[in-house]
Design a protein around this ligand. Structure first.
Ligand code: NAD
Length: 462
């Protein structure tokens, strides 16, 4: 079994370094964030290569989803650090005469980040930016399934950041389990609900706070938009939110579409045409769609299609090229709801459409399933918009677009229920890796005599 030697000693050295206090200084935090910025700039070409090697991502997609987004996040953190680190005055009840109070953010301490393979840089560095800005020491375990990216992260981070306080430990599940046996002040996990449960059980031992960024099935509700222009825009954004983001291997990718039965034909035709516009007549030749991460995941996706009832529901695509880890963008109409494609997270380029009598039925459909990380809803109907917000529960609700919530520093990113808990991005990341300490300062002057014993009823009446 793969293990990391000298883990205990390395972690103790990091804890010792934390106690020494260096990471709490604003200058240290700034230098680490600047180090990340330089890393992203100087290693841009290597990052593109690694993402292409592991996932067949086009460098424009790689820039949009990883380098560009991360550069923006580091810049936001650098610009906001002074404000985030500053204590905030808190109001007290009037009875607290000559007393002041403030909330001081302090780093949690020594934190572990375990990340997934689909956005190997984004999902590793986005939380790391928050952890460093908040003044923590950090161990990152990237996913072994994107090995070129994991090895680049390890080499680059040891070159550009303070390696006494930031370490990348590579390895698979056994190294992950080894890490989880140790005491951490926070564990930030991105991955499956199955491993999320393992992480949470391990955290119980030391009462470690945990953030779980998990997945699930994100629906896209497509209302009968009145104009054909709007419909085209909606479908374009749907195709982008499915096949244009790591070929659907994204936690916030659309998992399935809900549409009124009478619009099925129109929607399918638009989807087919848009796929052709974006990826050509033969998408296998296209460099604009990522490859499946490995053979095991490809076979998992292929299996989803092999159920004869599911196979019969394919209206477009469906071909699988095992040697080139490629699955054609595939559309299915009304596969059986009990089939794995409708019960498990798809996480790939297969897009089922489920038809409903009325679009309002989508609320009940969504509510009868585990809570998702995102709900996408294409509608101009304000009543439906209100219902979607107030009658469903999910990490986010996005009207008339897909994926853009990920890039917004001002919005909390995270799940609810089965899609996880905790939140990050922008200031939310800083807060996720900080403890908000309450500070109260009193003067020695003036005291209300009735707050002290001996008790009597008269004191109660005051
Ligand atoms: P995974 O749970 O298999 O692995 C995630 C990480 O956990 C990897 O680094 C892996 O090495 C590690 N790991 C695996 N077994 C472990 C164990 N026993 N102990 C400790 N660590 C262990 O998930 P994955 O295949 O990398 O990612 C796919 C899942 O992640 C999907 O469900 C997807 O929706 C979800 N995801 C969520 C987000 C989000 O931001 N919410 C982002 C990306 C992916």
């Amino acid at each position: 079994m793969e293990t990391y030697r000298d883990l205990e000693r390395d972690l103790e050295d990091m804890r010792e370094y934390y106690r020494y206090g260096k990471t709490k200084e604003a200058s240290w935090r700034k230098s680490q964030l600047k180090g990340l910025l330089t890393l992203l700039k100087e290693k841009e070409g290597d990052i593109f290569k690694a993402l292409n090697q592991d996932l067949g991502k086009h460098h424009v997609e790689a820039f949009r989803d990883e380098i560009g987004t991360l550069t923006k996040t580091v810049n936001t953190a650098l610009e906001s650090l002074k404000d985030w680190m500053s204590s905030k005055t808190a109001k007290l009840p009037r009875i607290a005469l000559l007393t002041s109070a403030e909330i001081v953010p302090e780093p949690l301490g020594h934190v572990l980040i375990i990340s997934s393979w689909n956005f190997p840089f984004g999902l590793s560095l986005e939380p790391m930016i928050g952890a460093l800005a908040a003044g923590n020491t950090v161990v990152l375990k990237p996913s072994e399934l994107a090995p070129a990216c994991a090895s680049l992260l390890a080499n680059a981070i040891s070159t550009y950041l303070d390696n006494k306080s930031v370490k990348v430990i590579q390895g698979g599940s056994s190294v992950g389990e080894q890490l989880l046996q140790h005491r951490w002040d926070k564990i930030f996990f991105t991955g499956s609900a199955h491993v999320g449960r393992i992480v949470m059980s391990a955290a119980v031992k030391h009462l470690t706070p945990v953030t779980l960024e998990l997945g699930g099935k994100c629906p896209a509700v497509l209302d009968s938009l009145s104009s054909s222009w709007d419909m085209k825009v909606a479908v374009k954004r749907i195709i982008f939110g499915k096949f244009g983001c790591c070929a659907g291997q994204a936690c916030i990718a659309i998992d399935y579409i809900l549409v009124e039965k009478k619009f099925t034909y129109t929607v399918v035709e638009l989807l087919k045409n848009t796929i052709k516009e974006m990826f050509g007549e033969n998408p296998k030749e296209s460099h604009s769609i990522a490859r499946i991460i490995n053979k095991q995941h490809l076979l998992r996706l292929k299996n989803l299609l092999e159920d004869p009832h599911v196979d019969a529901s394919i209206v477009y695509g469906g071909s699988v090229d095992e040697d080139n880890l490629f699955i054609e963008p595939t559309i299915l109409v009304d596969p059986p709801l009990q089939a794995a494609i409708m019960t498990d997270e798809v996480f790939g380029p297969l897009l089922p459409i489920i038809t409903l009598e009325k679009i309002e039925d989508s609320i009940q459909f969504i509510n009868s399933r585990p809570k998702s990380l995102a709900i996408y809803c294409f509608t101009k109907n304000k009543t439906l918009q209100r219902m979607m917000i107030s009658e469903t529960s999910s990490g986010s609700v996005i009207f008339n677009d897909t994926i853009i919530q990920y890039a917004a520093d001002t919005l909390p990113f995270g799940g609810v229920g089965e899609s996880g808990f905790g939140r990050y991005h922008g200031k939310f990341s800083f807060d996720t890796f900080s403890h908000e300490k309450a500070i109260v300062r009193r003067s020695f002057l003036t005291d209300f005599w009735f707050r002290f014993p001996p008790w009597n009823n008269y004191k109660l009446q005051l």
